[in-house]
Ligand binder design. Structure first.
Ligand code: COA
Length: 258
């Protein structure tokens, strides 16, 4: 079904592995097409409760957009490329199910942008983060200038963007870019442990947490109004009745996602 991705569904966790290890999983047109198909599955498949995105091989999560596809692009075509990349990453950011990046090595350029579009990140101890586009006479085009500022603050982001520097995993943790740093062999297990826990919660409420938290960074929305609407939406769900009733009856809630 996919030429550039490996996918698997286990315990309701859908794992998407970008699989071009010989090119350090660089994002070319085929990867974007496959990612969008995989996101269709994520959005529509009721058996998928949460998602891991990672890279194939021990060296790289994703080493960036595929630079070989840049040559000969017109200014207009380059804008369309950036817009299409941004749209894909908006679909990740706004997915109603948790999407976690497991960063198993280099997350550079579009790879750092992909990781930042996920709801949170876990790094292997060999992870390296950076936006090296200025080395190519470019800037990030898939949302990197915006999300890096959101995640690590303006001063640190400015320095990283302008210097093409790289953050090691320990610094990324200190900056709040990742939630955990673990040995590479424990990376997926760590993510699965967290997602197994989240998957026991009410799915609609989990999706509404994502929607409300994302509204902080959306200037077209008032986050407090989004929160009120989401709170009200949850009150209309069967899972809210089940969750509150189970608490009062001192038993474990059984959520159905309705
Ligand atoms: N686009 C296309 N190909 C890429 C790539 C990218 N972003 N990143 C790595 N590759 C390819 C290399 O061209 C090489 O292919 P080849 O074996 O056919 O020559 C292969 O992946 C391995 O990369 P290599 O550079 O040999 O590995 P390394 O360990 O010496 O260096 C990096 C690793 C990540 C430091 C280096 O690959 C790099 O700087 N990549 C580009 C990072 C970047 O600028 N990203 C932003 C793009 S907008």
């Amino acid at each position: 079904m996919y030429t550039t991705l490996l996918t698997s569904l286990e315990n309701s966790i859908f794992t998407i592995t970008i699989n071009r290890p010989d090119k350090l999983n660089a994002l070319n047109k085929d990867v974007f097409a496959d990612l969008n198909k995989a996101l269709d599955e994520v959005y529509s498949h009721p058996d998928i409760r949460s998602v891991i995105i990672t890279g194939s091989g021990p060296k790289a999560f994703v080493a960036g957009a595929d630079i070989s596809e840049f040559s000969g692009l017109t200014v207009e075509a380059s804008k369309a490329l950036a817009k299409a990349g941004q749209d894909t990453f908006f679909r990740i950011e706004n997915a109603p199910k948790p999407i976690v990046a497991c960063v198993n090595g280099f997350a550079l350029g579009g790879g750092c942008e992909l990781a930042m579009s996920c709801h949170f990140r876990i790094a292997a101890d060999n992870a390296k983060f950076g936006q090296p586009e200025v080395n190519l006479g470019l800037i990030p085009g898939y949302g990197g200038t915006q999300r890096l500022v959101q995640l690590i603050g303006k001063g640190r982001a400015m320095e990283l963007l302008m210097s093409a520097g790289m953050l090691d995993a320990a610094t990324a943790l200190q900056y709040g870019l990742v939630n955990y740093v673990v040995p590479q062999e424990e990376l997926l297990t760590k993510a699965r442990t967290i997602l197994d826990l989240i998957n026991t919660k009410a799915p609609i409420a989990v999706g509404k947490c994502i929607e409300a938290a994302n509204a902080v960074f959306d200037e077209t929305k008032n986050g407090y109004e989004v929160e009120v609407a989401a709170f009200g939406h949850c009150f209309g769900t069967e899972d809210m009745k089940e969750g509150t009733t189970a608490f009062l009856e001192k038993r474990k809630a059984v959520f159905t996602g309705k």
